[in-house]
Design a protein. Structure first.
Length: 277
């Protein structure tokens, strides 16, 4: 069972690791409306942090039928991680500047590939700058890493996952972390059908007001979102609370594109009874 310190690191804790000279830093700037965060990274990042592209390096868009952000292969993760300078036996810290989505995706992908000692900067880049941490500009060219992954298929890797059928079978033990209006089916800006997986409940935000992860999560067995990215934030928050939950990587973008899948549209949130949908 994981603890908060296994999943997250504070800005103070990161400063201590940097002072000791024994950490690999990955900057995973990504936002739903602005998926390419390289310009933001170049404008200011934690010293020695390497930019990671969620779209190009933490997803494999050549894969079909697995949603908008299919998982990369273990071989691709190993090649990228070595390019980022990730080393065996050296801790890795990932961070972002938007809702912990990019950093949680990187944390989940690296852990699924079998890379251990990966933590998320709690509160993201804002926590670092608020604590007085410095920023550098420009690109970083790290020395090559030597990390070796132990799982080639991340859908059956070191982190638990769900197929569409397995997600459907969870009923109220399945959490949908999208915005309430998308869960209800009022709007759907990204995918062809609005609504949610029948039986699922809408999980309130796992972020506190300061951007740190709340660890007072619901009792769930699995989570999903639009395409498997932001649901990784819920996986991390629940893991920090000592609860291991599975991710449906394809999420709603896979479900809504599979012919014949039922669609739920009534509102149910964490704490509601299991009757109805």
């Amino acid at each position: 069972m994981s603890t908060r310190d296994d999943i997250l690191i504070t800005a103070f804790g990161l400063a201590q690791l940097i002072a000791a000279g024994d950490v690999t830093l990955l900057d995973v700037r990504w936002q739903l409306p602005k998926p390419d965060g390289r310009d933001d990274y170049l404008g200011g990042h934690i010293p020695d942090a390497v930019y990671v592209s969620l779209e190009d390096e933490l997803s494999d868009h050549s894969v079909v039928g697995r949603g908008r952000h299919p998982l990369p292969s273990g071989a691709a993760v190993q090649e990228a991680a070595r390019r980022w300078g990730v080393r065996d036996g050296v801790p890795t810290v990932v961070y972002d500047d938007w809702n912990r989505a990019g950093s949680a995706r990187a944390w989940w992908v690296l852990r699924a590939a079998g890379i251990e000692n990966v933590r998320i900067l709690d509160g993201g880049l804002a926590a670092w700058t608020t604590s007085g941490g410095p920023l550098d500009r420009g690109d970083v060219e790290p020395a090559p890493g030597d990390v070796t992954v132990t799982h080639q298929d991340l859908y059956a890797g070191a982190m638990p996952t769900l197929t569409a059928d397995e997600a459907a079978a969870l009923g109220p033990r399945l959490g949908d972390v999208r915005a309430p209006e998308r869960f209800r089916g009022d709007v759907e800006p990204m995918d062809p059908i609005a609504g949610h997986i029948p039986g699922a409940i809408n999980l309130p935000s796992v972020l506190a007001a300061d951007g740190t992860l709340r660890t007072d999560g619901a009792e769930l067995d699995g989570v999903y979102c639009g395409s498997g990215v932001t649901a990784a934030v819920a996986v991390a928050a629940l893991a920090a609370a000592g609860q291991d939950v599975a991710l449906f990587p394809g999420s709603w973008s896979q479900w809504s594109n599979e012919p014949g899948r039922a669609v739920g549209r009534a509102e149910r949130r964490v704490g509601d009874s299991a009757t109805g949908d």
